[in-house]
Ligand binder design. Sequence first.
Ligand code: TXA
Ligand code: MG
Length: 315
Amino acid sequence: MIPCHTQYLSADPNGLAKAADLLRRGLLVAFPTETVYGLGGDARNGEAVAAIYAAKGRPSFNPLIAHVGSVKAAQRYVQWSDQAEVLANAFWPGPLTLVLPLRDGHGVSSLVTAGLETLAVRVPAHPTAQALLEALDGPVAAPSANPSGRISPTTAAHVRAGLDGRIAAVLDDGPCGVGLESTIVGLAGTPTLLRPGGVELQAIEDVLGSRLHLHQSGDLLTAPGQLQSHYAPESSVRLNAQTRQGDELLLGFGAVGCDYNLSVDGNLNEAAANLFAALHDLDKTGRPIAVSPIPNDGLGVAINDRLKRAAAPRD
Ligand code: TXA
Ligand code: MG
């Protein structure tokens, strides 16, 4: 990784043109999506993709999501199917990623797929992400814009804290609305939930008219990214806590006395949007973190998935 000066660009026509130009030149730009900030590089340019892994310090067996502007653009890179069509119609643009078999002549760097025969594709809904993809007219590989294993960024300030001096630019357009990464559905074989996220499982099953196979953790071939300790703050994290112990700070949910409340009203959407900012803020104190129980339905499934990884034993 070669240190560089990081530019902070606003999401106006001038900033967007600069960002697209940097991507075209094979450089890295962090940009907002409705889920979290992504660390973007041109997915067709192997050196740009290698630079993403280097900037994040990410293990190279972990494949990336290719962001595209439309269904039509996605179809240039993957073998489309009826199931893909149904899910894309219902949830794109939006926080859903589909894993599909690569198409002949796709032109995507094999570093994006980490050598797999499938590609994860997503059409983000954020207007700034849309404008950037339109300006580039190409697929943008983008993991969350944080050092590998750390908490995902939902503001440009989070990106700066983790990656300043390691990437060419950050396109700043305020906080992300959803706050949790996309739901990932594998459609290369039996439809499978590979990662819970911003679209609820039930909504996907309703649209598909069938149940999704649930991914078993440890199945590294189909979802190499599902490392157990992930989204980890520096401090320790204790789940399902009713009260603080010792020096702990309490991350609360609902009507509880606490140091940071994800949602006083017990609203899971609000809690999802606040989750990573809360972990970033509490982590700055260096004190251990205790977390209130979060109901395991709706977006609570994805929130609990991230919290479990934040609390998992570290290497
Ligand atoms: O909301 C999001 O999805 C954000 C924003 C920036 O779009 N991106 C994101 O990317 O969360 P990342 O790299 O942090 O997570 C990508 C996940 C990883 O768990 C990876 O293993 C999985 O997608 N993945 C990517 N390609 C895959 C493939 N071909 N087969 C199975 N899993 C794949
Ligand atoms: Mg990530």
